[in-house]
Design a protein around this ligand. Structure first.
Ligand code: ZN
Length: 289
C-alpha cells in the first residue's frame, strides 16, 4: 500500500490489476478521482493507454511494466481524459492516438468511426460511438475471446458504477441511445469506468430505489472497499442493470419512485428519455448538496 502511494502520489485508490491469459489490465488512479488504464498484451509487451490524463503516472506504469506504448485510446476531449496526450506523444513518438474527430482530442492521429476495430499487438478493441456527454464521446470494448476472458468495456464518462456522465453536449434521447449501446453488451462484460464515483452514485441510487437488495448489497461492499481505499472496478454490465438507475429507465420501480407515467401519446423510448432526464436532474441536484 505504501509502495503504491509512492508510485502513484495522486492516487485515490490502490491499483488492482486484472490478468487473463495474455492480457493485463492495470487501472491507474489519477487526479480528480479519474482512472486511466494500461491494457497490456503480455505476449508482445505492447500496451494501449486508455484516457491518459496524468502523463507522469502513465509513464511510471509503462516503465514499471516494461512495455511499449503503441496507442492511446481517448474516450473524449475533456482534459481529465486526454490531458496526457501531448506529453506522452513527446515521450513515445510512434504512439498512435485514437478518438472521434468530432471531439477536439489533442494529438489525434487516427480518427475513428463507429464500430471500427483497433489492433494493438494481439489486443482487439472495438470503438463504439456514444455521444451525449460530449458530441464525439466513444467507448472501447476489448474482445475477451482470444484470452478466454470476458469482454472489457472502457466507458469513459458514459457509464460509471451505478452512474452516468453529465449530458453536456446532447439530449437525453442521445444519451439514452448511447447507454443502450452499453446495456446491449454481454452481461459478463467487465465495466472499467473513467472515474471512481461508486460510493456517491450508489448512495444516490439507494434514495430512488429503497427496496433493491442487489443495490443494498453492492453499497455495503463498495463502502467497505472505499474504507480500505480499494478500487471498486470492475463491475459487470449484468450487475449494472440490477442497480444503476441510468440503465433502469424501463423499470416500474423507478417510474414509481419518480412518480412518472408514460403518456398515452408518448412512445416508449421518449418516455424512457424523460425518465433518464429526471434521474440525471436529481443526480445533479444531489451532487450540488
Ligand atoms: Zn468528461
Amino acid at each position: 500500500m505504501k509502495k503504491a502511494r509512492e508510485r502513484y502520489p495522486h492516487g485515490h485508490s490502490i491499483p488492482q490489476p486484472v490478468m487473463f491469459s495474455g492480457v493485463k489490465i492495470l487501472p491507474i488512479p489519477v487526479l480528480a478521482n479519474n482512472y486511466s488504464y494500461l491494457v497490456i498484451d503480455t505476449h508482445s509487451n505492447t500496451a494501449a493507454a486508455i484516457d491518459p490524463s496524468d502523463p507522469l503516472a502513465v509513464q511510471a506504469a509503462i516503465e514499471q511494466e516494461g512495455v511499449t506504448l503503441e496507442a492511446i485510446l481517448c474516450t473524449h476531449k475533456h482534459w481529465d481524459h486526454s490531458g496526457g496526450n501531448v506529453v506522452l506523444r513527446r515521450l513515445y513518438g510512434s504512439c498512435r492516438v485514437y478518438g472521434s474527430a468530432c471531439d477536439a482530442i489533442p494529438e489525434l492521429t487516427n480518427p475513428l468511426s463507429d464500430k471500427e476495430t483497433i489492433a494493438v499487438g494481439q489486443l482487439r478493441f472495438k470503438a463504439l460511438f456514444t455521444p451525449g456527454h460530449t458530441v464525439g464521446h466513444m467507448v472501447y470494448v476489448l474482445d475477451g475471446k482470444p484470452f478466454e476472458g470476458p469482454a472489457c468495456l472502457f466507458s469513459g464518462d458514459l457509464l460509471f458504477l451505478s452512474g452516468c456522465g453529465r449530458i453536456f453536449e446532447g439530449t437525453p434521447e442521445t444519451m439514452l441511445a448511447s447507454l443502450d449501446t452499453a446495456a446491449d453488451l454481454a452481461e459478463d462484460t467487465l465495466l472499467w469506468p473513467g472515474h471512481e464515483y461508486a460510493l456517491d452514485c450508489l448512495m444516490f441510487a439507494s434514495l430512488l430505489e429503497r427496496a433493491n437488495p442487489v443495490l443494498e448489497q453492492k453499497l455495503q461492499w463498495v463502502n467497505q472497499q472505499r474504507l480500505e481505499k480499494r478500487s471498486t472496478c470492475p463491475s459487470t454490465i449484468g450487475e449494472e442493470k440490477e442497480y444503476n438507475p441510468f440503465l433502469r429507465t424501463h423499470c416500474r420501480e423507478l417510474h414509481r419512485a419518480l412518480q412518472l407515467q408514460q403518456l398515452s401519446d408518448e412512445d416508449w423510448d421518449s418516455f424512457r428519455a424523460r425518465v433518464l432526464k429526471e434521474v440525471r436532474h436529481r443526480k445533479d441536484l444531489y451532487k450540488a448538496n
